[in-house]
Write a protein that binds this ligand. Sequence first.
Ligand code: UDP
Length: 336
Amino acid sequence: MNVLVTGGAGYIGSHAVKSLRLAGHRVVAVDNLSRGFRAAVTGDTPLVVHELGDWEHITRILRGNRIDCVMHFAALAYVGESVDDPLRYYRNNTAHALELLHAMRLAGVRKFVFSSTCATYGEPSPEHIPIREDCPQRPINPYGWSKFFVERALLDHCRATPDFACAILRYFNVAGADRETEIGEAHNPETHLIPIVLQAALGLRPHVEIYGTDYPTPDGTCIRDYIHVEDLIAAHLLCMDRLTPGTPMVYNLGIGRGHSVREIIAAAERVAGGKIRVVEGPRRPGDPPRLFADPSRIQRDLGWTAKITAVDDIIESAWKWLSRHPQGYTSQHPVG
Ligand code: UDP
């Protein structure tokens, strides 16, 4: 298939580009490089540096490359930033996705795989954990709303357009790097727990701050569902193959088990082979105590299951990438 990957220079999009290519698809990446890195686009994949909001240009790209399917990863994804500048998030994540769908309609592209998020669930009540897809969606920040609105538009568009097929994939906490350590997680600034813990293990930061130790969880720290990026992308390829017009697919992507912040730090110490300095700090606003998926719908429908489920293995994969690329993609010469 000819696949356009938006956000193809970002963390998750770059893994999609590589997996699609290795599976024999023809891939075109588009990215505005506001958060992505040119070096993350592997192989001979063409990279179009452009804004998705420019639907005329995107229509030309879709037509010119005879695109069959769009995988839409391009998005801003910092909760705090979305609270400070909501308009930027609604414009970039919501409005640009709608312009992309408009371009797809003009170009006759009828397959769409959308990166959504468990942030659309907000703070689910305890009876909704583990989280199923029918858990009420009540986002608690503009980031979650910016994705929720696209989901809403997609479901309506799918219902009204008999030949349009889409998958909505709600990610939990994505981590790890590809098995060849060619690409991995690089954010600037980094806010995610696993890379931060590993940066502390490498001495790139003095310590890890735990955001809150008084949550109603066994060790007082927040619990999340960490899924390996390669398992996450495998689910995208399965969905793409099974897209069905008029029947939107909606799936949670997590492993179905949670780990606390302290458990992640302990696992990172095992993997890195040393103590990591920890500072206990206050809660970060908007962090629900426990979030983990019930992924049984995609298991039942498509036979997908996560292959890398041991937290040490997920962290090991992130560790290999970070220790070889301590400065991310700015490092010209990988270490080791
Ligand atoms: N966290 C932490 N210290 C950090 C970064 C994150 O204690 O330096 C916690 C955060 O409060 C949350 C969990 O680790 O409970 C995962 O956070 P992350 O930002 O990686 O993902 P999120 O679940 O917010 O999408």
